[in-house]
Design a protein around this ligand. Sequence first.
Ligand SMILES: NC(=O)c1ccc[n+]([C@@H]2O[C@H](COP(=O)([O-])OP(=O)(O)OC[C@H]3O[C@@H](n4cnc5c(N)ncnc54)[C@H](O)[C@@H]3O)[C@@H](O)[C@H]2O)c1
Ligand SMILES: O=C(O)C(=O)C[C@]1(C(=O)O)C=C[C@@H](O)C=C1
Length: 301
Amino acid sequence: MFRRLALIGTGLIGGSLALALRERGEVGEVVGYSRRLDTRLAAERLGLIDRPADSISEAVAGADIVFLATPVKAMDAVLGELATCLPDDALVTDGGSVKGAVVERARAHLSAAQLARFVPGHPIAGRERSGPEAATAELYRGHRVILTPIAENRAEDVARIEAMWQAVGARVEQLDVAHHDHVLAATSHLPHAAAFAMVSSLARLAERYEVFRYAAGGFCDFTRIASSDPVMWRDICLDNRNEILAMLDHYRAELDCLRDMLESADGEAIESYFAEAKAVRDALYPAAQADLTSRPDTRGA
Ligand SMILES: NC(=O)c1ccc[n+]([C@@H]2O[C@H](COP(=O)([O-])OP(=O)(O)OC[C@H]3O[C@@H](n4cnc5c(N)ncnc54)[C@H](O)[C@@H]3O)[C@@H](O)[C@H]2O)c1
Ligand SMILES: O=C(O)C(=O)C[C@]1(C(=O)O)C=C[C@@H](O)C=C1
């Protein structure tokens, strides 16, 4: 499918795409650049890339596809540099968790011709571990990838990026950029914020050592994602700040509502509140697919 993939960011998301494309013979060569030398060398040692590059311009030389997989704020400098060295025939896409801010950065740095070849995307797949060691060839199998094409894109370029993701087992859908950021604030960004806050709230208790000694399934399920990378999540929160603020307010109102029911010891109201939430979740994840930590995303399949 591609002659040479240039990976900018050789961690979980970039490394997993490279591994999957290599395993399926969809790419001739993968060249990887990441900010730190040890990360580039680890990516080579782990077989995610064929060779490391010492700069973005070295990585993209001769590439026909460029995948940006750094934290979203780092894409500003990356796109700035890319504008000076992108080969004329190369397509560019990314895996950033926020799309509006990334598209703004692309518009600020890329020429009109380069912008036309930038097809923004976001794989809805991941894990709480990061870095090249966390990459797996199966990360995207059965998961959704959202493309958020911009008006400048050509349909055939969008189709090529779609085919790339389909080749690694993903189901591709398209959303408008702003709508993506609105929806993902609810389904991904709010749960991460809530998990970080949940762990912090217990960690600040005087009796935290005892509390954590007895933390088991429920706490572990709820907070797995609080082990995610702080830099990545700082960037997501700042880049999608307004949407996340609105979702946090909405969530806080629900917590207040539950608190009121509890304060007034209204058992009937509490039970029906829980029953309503259970019905929604059971419909989303039928019991047979309950192990969310190990199964691919089959919602709506
Ligand atoms: N982790 C997830 O679950 C997940 C899921 C979907 C999308 N994403 C998005 O994918 C992107 C990458 O996330 P990840 O989980 O692979 O992170 P990661 O930490 O595993 O990898 C990030 C890579 O970017 C490199 N990097 C950081 N700053 C850089 C810079 N200025 N220049 C060049 N390289 C730089 C790092 O060295 C590392 O190789 C982020 O934008 C994130 O929002 C993450
Ligand atoms: O499963 C996880 O660990 C994830 O956090 C993956 C997850 C998500 O929220 O679903 C995290 C960030 C993304 O941009 C996409 C996927």
